[in-house]
Design a protein around this ligand. Structure first.
Ligand code: MG
Length: 169
């Protein structure tokens, strides 16, 4: 039932996802969420750690795009020095802009993955297109009741993920 929300890989932080790991898993294309994946909501600009990580992916020939549900101004400001293909207001888990990003990067779903912090938007957006999903814990949670309920649901799914992994591998 939760198959489409279940990530293929989990890491503690975006920059633990190395070019070597991606290459070893046949991932040449990465669509990347911004908020709470690369930076907390309050961080407007990308930083040196981002530049270093994106540089290492570029050197390895990994093609990337930013795909965010946040507003154009936020995405453009964050992307100002990175200068990556970027899709604001993408409406994940809708597929429209995911497909547009893959087309811009001349990518096949089989060589592509999404990197994000949300199971119901990021992981689902990728999985329903047949891509792999890499999930990191959100950098900073919004402490609203809605988000707390959502997180509790997600923890249930992640427990299922762990159990499945132990059984199958
Ligand atoms: Mg996010």
């Amino acid at each position: 039932m939760f198959r489409k929300f279940r990530p293929d890989f989990t890491f503690n932080s975006y920059n633990e996802v190395t070019a070597q790991f991606l290459r070893e898993n046949g991932i040449n294309v990465l669509l990347i969420d911004i908020d709470n994946t690369l930076a907390p909501y309050e961080q407007e600009l990308s930083d040196d750690a981002h530049a270093e990580w994106f540089g290492s992916l570029r050197k390895a020939g990994i093609r990337v795009a930013l795909i965010s549900n946040n507003k154009r101004e936020r995405v453009e400001r964050f992307n100002r020095s990175l200068k990556l293909p970027a899709y604001p207001e993408s409406g994940k888990p809708r597929r429209k802009y995911m497909r547009a990003a893959l087309a811009e990067l001349n990518a096949d779903v089989s060589e592509s993955a999404i990197l994000g912090d949300q199971l119901f938007t990021d992981a689902y957006a990728g999985k329903r297109l047949g891509m792999r999903a890499i999930i990191v814990p959100p950098i900073r949670d919004k402490k609203t009741p809605f988000f707390r309920v959502k997180r509790a649901l997600e923890r249930g799914i992640m427990r299922g993920h762990g159990k499945r992994k132990r059984n199958n591998h």
